[in-house]
Design a protein around this ligand. Structure first.
Ligand code: ZN
Length: 213
């Protein structure tokens, strides 16, 4: 998400001569277009785009614009970048020449792909059934299993997914089993909220059952 409050970067750019400002805005716009989901922040004192970590930085100087797409971004475009001055993780674009915006855009897209792949690799989980899925939260629920899971009794259909999961995790899949427990026991289950109680109460009543006291 592009943050609307980019006043720090605006202020940074405003500190340069007009000609440099134009180039800085150009590179910023190109990066933004190539990485629409990245966040714009100031990091290391220079404008930075982040998406699952740092994506690229750029900076203004007296003679050039600095672009920092990480060593991997430089290495992947070594040939195209060979005409520019640079180092392991940086490249310099002269103020005298037009910025290679198409190339910058390709490098940013490469970095987006790289960061997303790294993030996915780190957060890929395999459920007991062998399904692979990506989730960064600590409450992992396999989306494939979730989808395949069919409510076993009518009353399950009316429950929210987390409440249903809570019962399924316990193996309380029938009204008889639910009735063997008290309301407070159910409320203590992870994912089981108070909204699920009236649904179960109604279903139990229909079946001539009641919660345990
Ligand atoms: Zn699964």
């Amino acid at each position: 998400m592009n943050t609307l409050n980019n006043s720090d970067i605006d202020r940074y750019i405003a500190g340069f001569p007009r000609e440099t400002q134009i180039l800085l805005e150009k590179i910023r716009t190109s990066i933004r277009a190539a990485a629409p989901n990245a966040e714009e922040v100031m990091s290391y004192g220079i404008p930075t785009f982040q998406l699952h970590g740092n994506l690229v930085h750029f900076a203004g100087y007296r003679q050039h614009i600095g672009f920092y797409p990480a060593p991997s971004g430089i290495a992947a475009f070594k040939k195209e970048l060979s005409v520019y001055k640079g180092a392991k993780g940086s490249v310099q674009f002269s103020l005298e020449k037009p910025l290679p915006l198409a190339l910058i855009s390709r490098i940013v897209k490469f970095r987006v792909k790289e960061n997303i792949e790294k993030f996915n690799a780190k957060n890929t989980k395999i459920c007991p059934q062998g399904h692979q899925y990506v989730k960064s939260s600590d409450c992992p629920v396999c989306p494939v299993c979730e989808k395949n899971r069919k409510p076993t009794e009518g009353f399950m259909v009316d429950l929210s997914a987390p409440a249903r999961r809570a019962l399924e995790n316990k193996g309380w899949l029938t009204l008889k089993k639910v009735a063997a427990h008290s309301e407070s026991e159910l409320l203590a289950l992870h994912g089981f909220g108070p909204a699920a109680l009236p649904v179960l109460r109604k279903a139990l009543k229909k079946a001539g059952l009641k919660f345990k006291k």
